[in-house]
Design a binder for this molecule. Structure first.
Ligand code: NAP
Ligand code: MG
Length: 398
């Protein structure tokens, strides 16, 4: 059978440990037998990042910018223990952080549903896509432990020298104060990424903030979202039959818990941090989640949301065939190939991506699954297999 051809390449960012092992198996068994894979390959394994002083990571971000589509394996973020383990010359920053700040994107995460894995929230019938603003607020804060009584003030000195000054509090005793910020440009990019992604997924957008209390700060988020929506997206949303809904964050949380899902939930940075963990854990396994970085320049980077599964890797090195779930890695590839097909107008490649996703989900629904899902499947799993057997089972359906 002739292999499916690709018009343009995707940037391929390889990674570390167990996910690097599975990455190669997925390519070998599920991709290259069917597709004449065109990729620009970047080895983001920790050793290589260390040797190149992260130039390889910056180059890979540049390739995503140029090619429009990237697919990334999970990577180690180094720390003192990894310095020792990999004999590194220095501590390197998180590659995801480098790529996200180079492309200024928003991360969207969406649970993967199968009929025999039931989440803990029984009314959620459709996936909730969570979009987290990845800039500013408490993640770039400035804090002071105030030792005793005194006046806390907020001061802004403009580039023109003009000062704006407000009293936060006349503090009668010791306490704490904190300064946080955000930028109109970043909030605007965030809003555009959310509305564009919702249009591509044909789902409504929900956004919640606390503008009743924080009239200026959260009020600015609310105003920018509404302004971008009215000016740039309202007509397209009407045409697609989807809507934009703003409500207070606490009301949004209460409604989400009673909803049937199926919306894109845009979250401010802290809300997204907390709520994405809640949505992920309610959906069963870290490996049953897709993750995509959507950039205002129109680029897309697909990845698994979990890490390199270090504990499984050490068992693999001792010769054990681990039961690590490769679904999120497979979906990173199918997401990237489907997006490439959409941008290039190559429906055959898009069909292949959807067939691979279907073969993966059908394998689990037929009762063959990895250990992480076996404990929560209903009806019970028929075969609990290792990663290699699971990938073979998908290949035979494909
Ligand atoms: P992890 O790789 O997400 O794994 C934590 C635990 O979650 C595993 O021990 C395993 O539990 C379970 N798990 C995660 N993915 C699984 C899968 N596909 N199949 C089955 N079980 C899975 O987190 P970590 O071990 O804390 O971190 C390892 C490395 O990953 C760190 O160096 C960190 O820097 C990096 N990391 C990278 C990314 C990224 O590149 N996007 C994200 C997070 C972390 P059991 O042991 O109970 O089976
Ligand atoms: Mg978190």
């Amino acid at each position: 059978m002739a292999k499916i051809q690709m018009k343009n390449a995707v940037a391929e960012l390889d990674g570390d440990e167990m996910t690097r092992v599975l990455w190669a198996v997925i390519k070998d068994k599920l991709l290259t037998p069917y597709v004449d894979l065109k990729t620009e390959y970047f080895d983001l394994g920790l050793k290589k990042r260390d040797e190149t002083d992260d130039q390889i990571t910056r180059d890979s971000a540049e390739a995503i910018r140029r090619l429009g589509v990237g697919v990334k394996c999970a990577t180690i973020t180094s720390n003192a223990a990894r310095m020792e383990e990999y004999k590194l010359t220095h501590l390197t920053p998180s590659p995801n952080g480098i790529i996200r700040s180079a492309l200024d994107g928003t991360v969207f995460r969406k649970p993967i549903f199968v009929s025999n894995i039931h989440g803990t929230v029984s009314c959620w019938k459709k996936p909730i896509i969570l979009g987290r603003h990845a800039y500013g607020d408490v993640y770039k804060n400035c804090e002071i432990r105030t030792p005793g009584p005194g006046k806390a003030e907020l001061v802004f000195t403009g580039a023109d020298g003009k000062e704006i000054r407000k009293t936060i509090m006349d503090m009668k005793g010791p306490g704490v104060i904190q300064g946080i910020h955000n930028l109109d440009s970043s909030i605007t990019n965030f809003a555009r990424c959310c509305f564009s992604y919702a249009l591509s997924e044909k789902v409504p957008v929900w956004f919640g903030a606390k503008d009743t209390i924080s009239k200026t700060y959260d009020g600015q988020f609310k105003a920018i979202f509404q302004n971008i929506f009215d000016k740039e997206y309202k007509a397209k949303f009407d045409e697609a039959g989807i809507s934009y809904f703003y409500t207070l964050i606490d009301d949004a949380v209460a409604r989400i818990m009673k909803s049937e899902g199926g919306m894109l939930w845009a979250c401010k940075n802290y809300d997204g941090d907390v709520m994405s963990d809640m949505v992920a854990s309610a959906c069963g396994s870290l490996a049953m989640m897709t993750s995509v970085l959507v950039c205002p320049g129109g680029q897309f980077e697909y990845e698994a949301s979990h890490g390199t599964v270090q504990k499984h890797y050490y068992r693999y090195l001792k010769g054990e065939k681990t039961s690590t779930n490769p679904v999120a890695l497979i979906f990173a590839w199918t997401g990237a190939l489907a997006k490439r097909a959409e941008l290039d107008g190559t429906p055959e490649l898009g069909d292949f991506a959807h067939r691979l996703e279907k073969a993966t989900l059908d394998t689990i629904e037929s009762g063959t699954m990895t250990g992480d899902l076996a404990g929560i499947a209903e009806p019970k799993a028929k075969a609990v297999v290792d990663s290699w057997q699971f990938i073979d089972a998908i290949a035979s359906r494909l």
